[in-house]
Design a protein around this ligand. Sequence first.
Ligand code: CDP
Ligand code: MG
Length: 159
Amino acid sequence: MIQQTLVLVKPDGVARGIVGEIIKRFEQRGLKIVGLKLVKIDEDFSKKHYAAHIDKNFYKGLEEFIVSGPVVAMVVEGVDAIENVRKLTGATESKSALLGTIRGDYSHISYSHADERGISVKNIVHASGDAADAEKEVALWFSVDEIHSYKRAGDEHLL
Ligand code: CDP
Ligand code: MG
């Protein structure tokens, strides 16, 4: 099934200058970037995006982190894009993320290190977790006219 999913390069990824490296991985896999922008969100927007986590003990650190600088937001489209993108992203805890994934290749923080300091696990990217989240998150971050339909090389192999 052709799906759309939301990806964010979080403030740590933008600050480290690896936006291009991250986008490259989605493009390389054959996924299509159909929406893309640099955004600095505020606390209210964070609470909408991370609504499911507001009551968790890590939320305060997560909010401080996600509003700390601009993020690159994108809509990624492709066959089973949600699962494909989560696979490219890797496990939430960078220390546990497999090499070859974005989090595994570009970050190494552990839950225990983050929890001791009351900070977020800084893990470079966000990716929608499932179809319901993807639908909500794409609509939260992008208006319909910011998402573009076009043909890219390789589309012919999907038919
Ligand atoms: O981002 P992902 O879907 O993999 O994980 P999540 O469980 O939805 O958590 C959202 C974000 O909160 C993570 O990516 C981490 O940045 C942060 N987090 C944290 O700092 N400490 C935790 N124990 C769990 C999540
Ligand atoms: Mg999640």
